[in-house]
Ligand binder design. Structure first.
Ligand SMILES: CC(C)(COP(=O)(O)OP(=O)(O)OC[C@H]1O[C@@H](n2cnc3c(N)ncnc32)[C@H](O)[C@@H]1OP(=O)(O)O)[C@@H](O)C(=O)NCCC(=O)NCCS
Length: 157
């Protein structure tokens, strides 16, 4: 039997901004989201910021984008605090992002990931994401990416 989760998931609120920015700073060394960008996304109808919270405070976050003219949501960012990795938080945030997008009637969730990010590639592939494109020189530092997508209407487990 699996352990009960020691974290909970919810929409981010303005009081989360300092912790969101700190998690972003600690997790990513490029293309970081600023406090101003997070603040805008909290109040935007075309974005959703979800967080995982535990005893140690903010343990993870994910950012989803929507566009009015497509049935597709984009997972822009997913991060678990280094000290909290391997406890199912990333997978739970991903499932919550899918549920959120599905709740808006969207059909597909897509994302890009660095090809050398083994943990994230494994997470997405094990949760039913299928590779749809190879993107060369995609990131600011020249790294290549894969694009993945998952159907939300007929998801593979
Ligand atoms: C990728 C990341 C979000 C995973 O978060 P996490 O909370 O540690 O992940 P979970 O504990 O939920 O693990 C989920 C799955 O990810 C994969 N995974 C996680 N850590 C892994 C590792 N070190 N090596 C290989 N696979 C790994 C596994 O498939 C795992 O599933 P399993 O437990 O059923 O085997 C986390 O490592 C992270 O924040 N990395 C830095 C930021 C980043 O790369 N974000 C993704 C791209 S935007």
């Amino acid at each position: 039997m699996s352990e009960p989760a020691d974290f909970r998931l919810r929409r981010a609120v303005p009081a989360d901004l300092p912790a969101l920015v700190e998690l972003e700073r600690a997790t990513f060394s490029y293309d970081r989201m600023s406090e101003r960008q997070f603040r805008r996304h909290l109040h935007s109808g075309s974005a959703a910021v979800l967080v995982a919270e535990g005893e140690g405070g903010l343990l993870g976050s994910t950012v989803l984008f929507f566009r009015r003219d497509t049935p597709r949501a984009r997972l822009y960012s997913l991060a678990t605090a280094a000290a909290a990795r391997g406890r199912g938080i990333g997978a739970a945030l991903l499932a919550a992002a899918e549920a959120f997008a599905r709740g808006r009637g969207l059909q597909t969730l897509s994302l890009e990931v660095r090809r050398d990010n083994a943990a994230a590639v494994r997470l997405y592939e094990s949760r039913g994401y299928r590779r749809t494109a190879a993107l060369e020189n995609y990131y600011d530092d020249g790294a290549d990416a894969w694009r993945y997508a998952k159907s939300l209407t007929n998801p593979t487990p």
